[in-house]
Design a protein around this ligand. Structure first.
Ligand code: SF4
Ligand code: SF4
Ligand code: FES
Length: 252
């Protein structure tokens, strides 16, 4: 076994190697790896362009082409597995216009978005953004909702946006969709959605010191006790009715 092979795990040795091209250079990597792992296998070390490795931070946008295919494809490097003869490059950051605003002074009026992002109306409805989105967001529809002044709908449609910028990289109208969506979700959360009364009640109870005694107990607990408390805590079931309560109600 060569020194290079000794450094690999058994699964890598067993896997079939396939050719890929990273920024124009050819490498052979085990099939089945994600683009990110394949790049690391090829010797790349991620300083930027890698965060969660779980498809949620949006840091690993990648563009690639396959032989004989005129289409430029996009993907998240931590999610997409390599295919033979992919040509790829990463775009961990995509320059995009981000409006400056003081949120405290913003209202829920649609004009707030129009003023901050007038380029919204440059959208030519080509749908390239939707096709690029690794989260399956109906990006063009969310943009259309903003144009129609429906901030709540734009916030709902864009809820799963991870700010990867891949939509922006393909936009004919030079829109920074993800910054617009972030503004929409901020306005929706702060100005449109009704306040949660139980949350206000809980904040008041915390401020009035209702939980001070329990917090003090936790602060004084030894590490082992804390670990035990954490491991034995009762979690709310995935599906629970509104009237669900833990068995231990001392902290309610
Ligand atoms: S809407 Fe744009 S920035 Fe958000 S996840 Fe989709 S492609 Fe990425
Ligand atoms: S890519 Fe740009 S121009 Fe095309 S539909 Fe999306 S937002 Fe509009
Ligand atoms: S590393 Fe976070 S989405 Fe890929």
């Amino acid at each position: 076994m060569s020194i290079k092979e000794e450094n690999k795990n058994p699964a890598e040795i067993a896997a079939k190697l396939i050719p890929i091209y990273i920024m124009g250079k050819r490498y052979e990597v085990p099939e089945g790896l994600t683009i990110m792992k394949a790049m690391e296998y090829a010797g790349y070390k991620f300083i930027r362009g890698c965060g969660c490795r779980g498809g949620t931070c949006g840091a690993c946008g990648t563009v690639y082409r396959k032989p004989g295919d005129y289409k430029l494809q996009v993907a998240l490097a931590c999610q997409k597995t390599v295919e033979p003869d992919m040509y790829m490059a990463q775009i961990p950051f995509f320059p995009a216009n981000r409006a400056q605003y003081g949120f405290a002074g913003l209202t829920s009026a649609p004009e707030e978005v129009f003023k901050l992002y007038p380029e919204l109306f440059r959208c030519v409805a080509c749908n390239a953004c939707t096709k690029a989105c690794p989260q399956g967001i109906e990006v063009m529809d969310a943009i259309a909702a903003l144009k129609q002044g429906n901030i709540a709908e734009a916030a709902r449609l864009s809820f799963d946006c991870i700010q990867c910028g891949l939509c922006t990289s393909r936009c004919f109208g030079e829109l920074a969709q993800y910054h617009m969506f972030q503004l929409a979700r901020r306005i929706y959360g702060a100005r449109i959605v009704p306040r949660a009364e139980h949350l206000a009640g809980m904040v008041k109870a915390v401020n009035e010191g209702r939980y001070d005694r329990f917090l003090d107990e936790l602060k004084q607990a030894k590490e082992d006790e804390l670990k035990k408390l954490y491991q034995e805590r009762e979690a709310e079931p995935m599906v629970a009715g509104e009237d669900w309560k833990p068995k231990d109600t001392r902290y309610l």
